[in-house]
Structures are given as structure tokens and as C-alpha cells.
Design a binder for this molecule. Structure first.
Ligand SMILES: Cc1cc2nc3c(=O)[nH]c(=O)nc-3n(C[C@H](O)[C@H](O)[C@H](O)COP(=O)(O)OP(=O)(O)OC[C@H]3O[C@@H](n4cnc5c(N)ncnc54)[C@H](O)[C@@H]3O)c2cc1C
Ligand code: FES
Ligand code: FES
Length: 492
């Protein structure tokens, strides 16, 4: 039984289609039609809702609520368990609009109004989350919302104005009560008939044995597209979100251990603390509401040749920890991707966690993503380089590439042939260029032509060499400022 607060009403779901999306549930079963359907694929933000979750922080004596905007069109119902689901209908306080709504009115931020509820929910999540967001933080928060008529400036201004002049709203005033209601929700027997929600690795193994054909899912941002875009249906599904081992995040002595089901939004500050060079890749991964759901485990298990995290996992020598409930084993990232969308996972196994070893100060790491749109777009080409240079000589070069082969791939020859070479020598750069030219024969598709992908690969290699080469420091490459978490004001 899935139990949650729907706005401020305790709600339970005993029976439902396994693949019912949250958007369908809201619009068709709860007639909460303020939440709109645009693309049904996580791309437009019309369906944005907010989940509030109890956080028991070790630094704080009392629990608080953490708010995140998600796309209801690509979310299955198990994501609601134990949380408060807030829809646009619940924002006003009596006759008074919520401050973000009032601000949008005052800044003339809505014309036809179709996108407006979705924008409002993203604005609301930011309002709850940050104290004094800057313009870049606002743009990030709204990155998953499209507006086709108003234009973004008034919406951004409205968000800035509301968030920078905020006062305690009704949500803040009733926070203690909401935390209590959520804490009282029974965390056992979360499953419904069709949607299995195991709460331990043994229960997960049992569910997989009982229903060997049932798909597992974490954030469902990939799997739900099979329902909403390809019109497939799933009779049974197994959610990974309540299994404790898949939700751990541990900064170990040798590296970072990331539970496979944790959304990217929850791991970004630890990930960027240890691997700040991944910031562009992470901030340009889909958009905020998708990152609030999408897991690292799902991105790796999906094994898409254009996924953004597999190239990083390859270049950083990540280890994939897998489990079947009886036995755990570890697979190196460079042995994990076998063929197009085929991985080394056995049918009975799942990814439990991913371990990324810390790099040493002598490593230079860069991650590049080329896509048609800056935000909310899949890579045409992705390249991640991790070179260890000691006293000007190459000790090791690990790499990972997306968009250039049927699988996320590494190029071992870059390592074997460049070891011992002087990094600043033009010949070293040219040898690497030649190796990369021979390494791949990419496909033409809607995202990019083969020629474009090959020339991008060469350009990214050149960029890496220029950016990391002290003797060419003065050569400018395009630098884009991506706000880091630490630049945002601390949480309210
Ligand atoms: C609008 C939009 C934009 C996107 N943009 C990007 C982007 O910029 N870059 C990018 O790389 N991807 C992007 N994606 C794809 C998707 O968000 C990612 O692949 C995401 O990381 C998948 O994680 P998930 O938890 O949602 O996976 P799910 O949908 O839950 O699962 C995906 C697949 O992995 C399997 N799986 C999930 N977890 C596990 C596990 N622990 N063990 C074994 N199998 C598992 C599932 O069975 C399923 O087959 C985008 C998707 C959308 C809808
Ligand atoms: S309807 Fe477009 S993102 Fe959900
Ligand atoms: S106001 Fe019409 S799409 Fe945004």
C-alpha cells in the first residue's frame, strides 16, 4: 500500500496499474487538472509537481522538509511513498496567492498560461530550497520548463523577486505538523498487487525470483518513456527506491560509494566535492526535475551509447557493485558495457552501488558534452579524459566516450601509446588525435552526422590538451560559467 500526503490529505493507494504515471493519477483519478500534460516525456515541464520529504540531518536537532520538483509524466506511483505530493492547486493560502504566484502575476509572466502551473511548481521548489538564489540558480531551477509565448525574462525576474524577498509561507508555518504526519506513515508493506516495492535486498531478490520478467526501476525517467512514448505496458514492476543499500552515499577513504537508486540531485554535492570537473556534465544532464528523479544506477544499467555518466565512469575507473540477494560481485566499468544496451549484469542481478576512486592531485580530469541545446538535451558526443601527468610526462590516460559507438567506450590505446610522452609536445597531441581518428566509426543520426561526431572528438581532444597544458595556458578555449552548489546561498 502506497501512503503519502496528497497536498494535506493522507492518501493511500492499494490497487493501481503498475505503470500508471503520477500525471495520469492526478488528472484522471484525482481530477487535479491544474497539472498539465504537454510532451509526456519529461521535456517540457508542464506536468511539474513538488515532492517534500523528511530529512533528519545530523547537524539539525529537528527534522525538516526537503522539496524537489519532478516531472509527474515520467514518475511511477511508488515515488510518492512517505512523502508529501504538492500540486499547484494547494499553493494559495485561502484567497491569497502563494508569493511565487503573486510575483508571476506582477511580472506579467504568463500569456496563454499552459506552461504556468509547471513554472510555478519549479519556482515554488526553489523558493523552499534556497535563501537568496542568484540568476544562474534560477535559470537552473527553471531549466526543465518550456514557455512558448511569454518569453523567459519576466519569469526569471518573477522568480528572483519572490525568492529574494521571501517570508515564511503556509508551508513553513505548518512544517512541524507535516513532518509529524509523514513520520506517522507506515513504512512497511509498501507494495500494491502490481507494483512491488521491496524494502530489503532479500525482498528484492524474492520479488525478482517470483516475477522474473518484471522490470526493475529507480527514477523511471527512462522506463516510463516506454509507456508514454512507445505505448508499451508493464503488468508488474519492481521499484528499487526503498532498498537501503541502494540509497547509501558514503565518502569512503579511497573513493565515493554511491547507491544505485539515489537521484543525481541527491548526489551532486558529494560528487562535485570530489570530482568538480564533472560539474558541466552534471548541470547539463537533462534538467533539474529529471535530475531530481534520475539515478546514476539507471543511467549505467540503461547502457545507452549516448548516456552522460557512463563515459565519466569509464574515465574515472569506477567499479560497479552488483547483487542478486545471495552473492555480491564487482565489475569494472570497462568490463560492464558489452554490446548495444547489453551489460555484464545477469538476469537475477541488479546494480547496488557504484564506487568511484578519488583521483590524485597529479590527475587532470575534464568532461565535455556536445548537444544541440545547452540544457535538457542528450549528448551528440560526450568525452571524459583523466590523465595523470607527473613532471610533464604522461603516466596514464583513461578516457570515456559517448555518441561515437554502440556502447559507452574507452580507448585503451590512448593510454598504452602515450605513456612516457611529454604532455606539452605537439607530437603527443597529434599521436592522440590519430589514435582517436582510428578508434571509432560513428553513425549518422538525427542528433549528428558521422563527420560531425568525428570532428567533435578531435576538437575535444584538442581542447583537453590545450586546457591542461601549462605551456599553452594563454590559448583561450570557450569557458562557460556553470553555477556550483556552493555558489548558491545555504538552504533556508
Ligand atoms: C527529458 C529527459 C532528459 C534526459 N536527459 C538525459 C541526459 O542529458 N543525459 C543522460 O545520460 N540521460 C538523460 N536522460 C535519460 C535518463 O534520465 C537517465 O538515463 C537516467 O539516469 C535514468 O535513471 P532512472 O533512475 O530514471 O532509470 P530508470 O528509468 O528507473 O531505469 C532505466 C533502466 O535501467 C534499469 N535499472 C535502473 N536501476 C537499476 C539498477 N539499480 N540495477 C539494474 N537495473 C537498473 C531499469 O530496469 C531500466 O531498464 C533523460 C531522460 C529524459 C526523460
Ligand atoms: S508533460 Fe512535458 S515534461 Fe511532463
Ligand atoms: S504562457 Fe503560453 S506557453 Fe508559456
Amino acid at each position: 500500500m502506497i501512503s503519502f500526503l496528497l497536498n494535506n490529505e493522507i492518501t493511500t493507494i492499494d490497487k493501481a496499474r503498475a505503470d500508471l504515471t503520477l500525471l495520469e493519477y492526478l488528472r484522471e483519478q484525482q481530477t487535479l487538472t491544474g497539472t498539465k500534460e504537454g510532451c509526456a516525456s519529461g521535456d517540457c515541464g508542464a506536468c511539474t509537481v513538488v515532492l517534500a520529504e523528511v530529512i533528519n540531518s545530523s547537524e539539525q536537532t529537528s527534522s525538516s522538509l526537503e522539496y524537489r520538483a519532478i516531472n509527474s509524466c515520467v514518475t511511477f506511483l511508488s515515488a510518492l511513498h512517505g512523502k508529501q505530493l504538492i500540486t499547484v492547486e494547494h499553493l494559495p493560502d485561502g484567497k491569497d496567492l502563494h508569493p511565487v504566484q503573486q510575483s508571476l502575476v506582477e511580472h506579467h509572466g504568463s500569456q496563454c498560461g499552459f506552461c504556468t502551473p509547471g513554472f510555478i511548481m519549479s519556482m515554488f521548489a526553489l523558493y523552499q530550497k534556497t535563501q537568496q538564489p542568484n540568476r544562474e540558480a534560477v535559470i537552473q531551477a527553471l531549466s526543465g520548463n518550456l514557455c512558448r509565448c511569454t518569453g523567459y525574462r519576466p519569469i526569471i525576474d518573477a522568480t528572483l523577486s519572490a525568492c529574494q524577498n521571501k517570508s515564511p509561507d503556509k508551508f513553513k508555518q505548518t512544517e512541524i505538523q507535516t513532518v509529524k504526519q509523514l513520520n506517522d506513515i507506515n513504512t512497511h508493506n509498501v507494495s500494491t498487487d502490481n507494483l512491488l516495492v521491496p524494502t530489503s535486498r532479500l525482498e528484492l531478490a524474492a520479488a525478482k525470483t517470483k516475477f522474473p520478467e518484471a522490470n526493475v526501476f529507480a527514477g523511471s525517467t527512462d522506463l516510463a518513456l516506454q509507456v508514454t512514448q512507445q505505448l508499451n505496458s508493464f503488468d508488474k514492476l519492481i521499484a528499487l527506491g526503498e532498498v537501503p543499500e541502494l540509497n547509501e552515499l558514503v565518502e569512503q577513504q579511497q573513493g565515493l560509494l554511491i547507491g544505485a537508486a539515489l537521484p543525481l540531485g541527491k548526489i551532486e554535492s558529494s560528487l562535485l566535492k570530489h570530482f568538480p570537473q564533472l560539474s558541466e556534465l552534471l548541470w547539463r544532464f537533462a534538467a533539474t526535475p529529471i535530475r531530481n528523479q534520475a539515478s546514476l544506477g539507471g543511467n549505467v544499467a540503461n547502457a545507452s551509447p549516448i548516456g552522460d555518466m557512463p563515459p565519466a565512469m569509464l574515465a574515472l575507473n569506477a567499479m560497479i557493485n552488483v547483487d542478486d540477494g545471495q552473492q555480491k560481485r564487482t565489475i569494472a566499468a570497462n568490463k560492464f558495457f558489452l554490446d548495444y544496451r547489453k551489460t555484464a549484469l545477469q538476469k537475477s542481478e541488479w546494480i547496488e552501488s557504484i564506487f568511484i576512486p578519488y583521483t590524485s592531485p597529479t590527475n587532470v580530469v575534464r568532461a565535455y558534452k556536445i548537444s544541440k541545446r545547452y540544457e535538457d538535451d542528450i549528448s551528440a558526443v560526450c568525452a571524459v579524459f583523466n590523465a595523470q601527468i607527473i613532471e610533464g610526462k604522461v603516466q596514464r590516460i583513461n578516457s570515456g566516450f559517448g555518441g561515437v559507438a554502440a556502447i559507452p567506450a574507452t580507448v585503451p590505446a590512448l593510454n598504452t601509446q602515450l605513456i612516457g610522452k611529454t604532455w606539452s609536445n605537439k607530437e603527443t597531441f597529434e599521436l592522440g588525435n590519430e589514435i582517436l581518428k582510428q578508434a571509432f566509426s560513428p553513425l549518422d543520426d538525427v542528433r549528428a552526422s558521422k563527420t560531425y561526431r568525428i570532428s567533435m572528438l578531435a576538437n575535444l581532444w584538442k581542447r583537453f590538451w590545450l586546457e591542461t597544458n601549462h605551456s599553452t595556458q594563454n590559448i583561450e578555449t570557450r569557458v562557460v560559467h556553470i553555477p556550483s552548489i556552493s555558489e548558491e546561498a545555504p538552504h533556508a
